[in-house]
Design a protein around this ligand. Sequence first.
Ligand SMILES: N[C@@H](CCC(=O)N[C@@H](CS)C(=O)NCC(=O)O)C(=O)O
Length: 217
Amino acid sequence: MSLIVYGVPLSPYVRKVCLCLAAKQLDYKLEIVSPFNQPAWFFELNPLGRIPALKDGDLVLADSSVICQYLDDKYTGNTALLGDTVEQTAQVRWLEKYADYELAPLTTFTVFQQRVINLGMQKVCDESLVKLAMNEQLPPHFDYLEGVLGHNDYFVGNALTLADIAFASQIINMQHAGEQINAQRWPNLAALFERVKALPAMQTLLQSEQAMLASMQ
Ligand SMILES: N[C@@H](CCC(=O)N[C@@H](CS)C(=O)NCC(=O)O)C(=O)O
């Protein structure tokens, strides 16, 4: 198999890459590299030590955005994950960045970090940080994204794109930490999340993630 993803299933960025690979119907192998204890050889693939990295034959890439855009460019096949027009592609990139850089610090690096990683490592969970993220910091982002989505089924071009995948990948971490998008306040966003979560590829990933979460308790 020529496609290898390096990382762990609970990383939202690894999840994003795996969902893109599945949408492209590409087979791949996931080689486990922990972001907390990377082996020395991994720094040859990514000098920053961050997961995910991808190997496609001789090509090595790091950063989930770069990887997903490469996959979309290289394996044009059945689905265009970055939209059908230049304008759509720009919108997808913006929303992907928004998820990766505005949601991630809260959904993953605060809520998930405190409730799941810290507790799994026998460290203290600072609930005040979780509450601040859920009650004050995330709502303006959800307001914005609810407005962008409107009553559409997906963020861009009414088809599944990397924008939806990146968004849902972050919300999954929040959900693993026991939190939900309030469906009364953000009904369209909550429905989008359920739509992406129902994808067979996501369901398959979630099964192995649940097993991993259970083993951490
Ligand atoms: N912008 C990067 C972010 C990747 C990232 O932050 N990964 C985390 C795990 S979720 C990591 O590897 N952290 C370890 C470190 O920074 O040393 C991407 O999209 O791939």
